[in-house]
Design a protein around this ligand. Structure first.
Ligand code: NPQ
Ligand code: MG
Length: 371
């Protein structure tokens, strides 16, 4: 495959409702999309970096710049481009996993569209539907939270994840348990606690949570191992798992019993598959994380979530969890019993509505690749 052109497009999409986490509140997303033109097909990628470096150090402007100025020149130098060659070609650039993942996804999409093969099958998916969970932001009050959760349960979601932070943890969890009984429930702290909070986090134990996600700092792997000895609820890591090696290490030291897999966080879908494989080999279940993706990133996540060791419901919500009626691809919908379909068409299996894209575009940059 020969790379001919790259389009770096920034879009602005308002969220259906503000989404509050321990690191801030989002009202809209500023998203970088990548479109590659090759000699065989076009391919789309979505960069999951936020507008600000809050979830991780990457952010949309930085990803845009690093792709244009540092990654693209290296990709353009690959003689016979294929998905497997992307990671190695970009490896001399330190960090920037979300930028790299966006490029790799666009190459995967182009290659697989050209071969008429779905991404799910290419990655090794064994399911055509995956259980869908929903991530619930920090609410203004307990009654507000209960109303929001009630709505998602009425929609049919298979599991609820509550965002927590110091001052918003035991009480919201207790309230949801008391009101909704034995719903599948888990929490995500986005690194908002320290080991000194272990007694507080242990107070979540009576509520039979599936897991507590990333309670401590990204680089505090040993702290998570110690916390795991002090709480009964299984520890799941998100931010700390930056590669398959990091996953192997975290598991080896007892820092997590479950892993959240996000391709953007680990530098691409091929590395995400290696995270899946390492976890499977260690008997550690995984689930697919989410980064408030449009249909492009959502399609790719669903393909990944079809792999065999994705045994827990993911943050693979329906499109209407985040977006209003206008979408850049066909919608992903929640079906009974709380599942979303894995796309089955070639590549990502979605069609990008380029006319709608134009309407929400804030900037476009195109580079011809000549070699
Ligand atoms: C998580 N996602 O699992 C992330 C956090 C997150 C669905 O909870 C803009 C960009 C906003 C990235 C909000 C979910 C975001 C974001 C939340 C990531 O930790
Ligand atoms: Mg998380």
């Amino acid at each position: 495959m020969k790379l001919q052109e790259i389009e770096l497009r920034r879009i602005r999409l308002p969220l259906v409702a503000p989404f509050r986490t321990s690191f801030g509140v989002e009202h809209e997303r500023d998203i970088l999309l990548v479109k590659l033109t090759t000699d065989v097909a076009e391919g789309w990628g979505e960069c999951v970096a936020g507008a600000e470096p809050l979830y991780s150090s990457e952010y949309a402007d930085g990803a845009h710049r690093v792709i244009r100025d540092h990654l693209l020149p290296r990709l353009a130098g690959v003689p016979d481009l294929s998905p497997a060659r992307v990671g190695p070609a970009l490896a001399t650039v330190e960090g920037h996993p979300m930028a790299k993942a966006a490029l790799e996804l666009a190459v995967l999409d182009a290659e697989l569209r050209a071969h008429g093969m779905p991404l799910a099958g290419y990655l090794g998916a064994v399911r055509d539907k995956v259980p869908a969970g929903v991530s619930v932001g920090i609410a203004g009050s307990i009654p507000e939270l209960l109303e929001v959760v009630d709505g998602y349960l009425a929609d049919g979601y298979a599991r609820i994840k509550l965002k927590i932070q110091p001052g918003w943890d035991v009480e919201p969890v207790r309230a949801v348990r008391e009101r909704f009984g034995d719903v599948v429930l888990q929490v995500d702290a986005n690194a908002a606690y320290t080991l000194a909070d272990a007694p507080r986090l242990a107070r979540l134990d009576p509520f039979d949570l599936l897991l507590i996600e990333q309670p401590l700092a990204t680089d505090d792997v040993r702290g998570h191992a110690e916390l795991a000895r002090r709480v009964r609820t299984p520890i799941c890591l998100d931010e700390s798992i930056t590669s398959a090696r990091a996953a192997a290490d975290a598991i080896a030291v007892g820092a997590c019993a479950i892993v959240n897999v996000k391709a953007g966080r680990v530098g691409g879908f091929l590395e995400a598959r290696r995270v899946h494989d390492v976890c499977a080999a260690n008997g550690v279940p995984v689930w697919c994380g989410g980064m408030l993706e449009t249909g492009v990133g959502r399609a790719a996540n669903l393909a990944l979530a079809g792999l065999p060791n994705f045994t827990l419901p993911g943050d693979t919500s329906a499109s209407d969890r985040y977006w209003r009626r206008e979408l850049i691809t066909e919608p992903f919908v929640l079906e009974p019993p709380g599942v979303v379909r894995v796309p089955s068409g070639p590549g990502l299996g979605v069609t990008v509505d380029e006319e709608f894209l134009e309407a929400i575009t804030t900037s476009v940059e195109r580079r011809r690749v000549d070699r």
